[in-house]
Design a binder for this molecule. Sequence first.
Ligand code: TXA
Ligand code: MG
Length: 320
Amino acid sequence: METRIESVTTGLESSIATAAAILLQGGVVAFPTETVYGLGGIITSDIALQTIFAVKGRPSDNPLIIHCHSVEQAKQYVTRVSSEWIKLANKYWPGPLTMVTTKASHVSSTASSGLSTIGIRVPQHPIALALLKSVGVPIAAPSANTSGHPSPTTAQHVWDDLHGKIPLILDAGSCAIGIESTVIDLSVFPPIVLRPGHITKYQVEQTISQGVRTTEGNHSIPKAPGMKYRHYAPYAHVHLVTTVEEATLLLTTLTGKTCLVSDNVEFTSSVPRYELSPASLYASFRDADKKGYSDIIVLPSPDLQEHDGLMNRIRKASAG
Ligand code: TXA
Ligand code: MG
């Protein structure tokens, strides 16, 4: 299969129409969101959903996130909306927040991997919203990468992983946020942040006037099905260090081709450097792989070490 990349900035209406037509026939397309690029298929087509799992090489027990164009549309796919759900939807949708709650019985179990719950979000990216409105039914969309690779934040990243496997990639440049949405499970009490992201635990707590739990360091809470898999990882070995001293020491022990990903201005070395930020983390991992680095040292500044979403992705990339 030939994979076409279409720039939506030059032919907005026709690109959306082409993508919508493919989706409505049960095909899959990659499209931009404000977090990362997604690989979409309509949730009313089991063929489309199965194609998503097959194209990504995704384990079938890892449920997909459903994307809707509005709060009103999202309501049709869950059984009951709690006051927390309403508060968070009104405050953060459209935006990078996925809420897990009990699914309506008509939602395909392929999308939810057989679970009784479903994760839904209304994305903020204008192209994602235009596509959702044009199609009229929700679009299931995991990140458009091969399972286990870093999520794609440009159309080129999608092409690198999935060319020959999907017909179309809508290209709208780099994703502004760069890490995947915050996932909060509202089907349990108190709610649990299953995946940290741009919207913080604190913001969620402020919005619903209630404490929420996190899975980090808490082994009694089951993780999101997807979180048990090694994720976000480049081929190179990722070493997370938190101080200049650690980075200096590590550099003396590494013998392979090594680069640095850091925003810490106090660390100086002759090693090639990528600037660290949530928006550019995955792009730096992918570029380091293309350039053949065997080792990547990641040194976040004290400020970035406070960013739960970013630190979660770096830790996952450095594990195993
Ligand atoms: O930012 C994002 O969320 C991107 C863009 C494309 O919207 N999508 C994305 O999807 O990151 P994916 O499939 O790569 O990650 C979905 C995560 C997985 O960790 C999955 O296990 C979890 O959400 N998840 C989905 N449905 C769930 C459910 N019913 N219960 C618990 N976790 C769920
Ligand atoms: Mg993913």
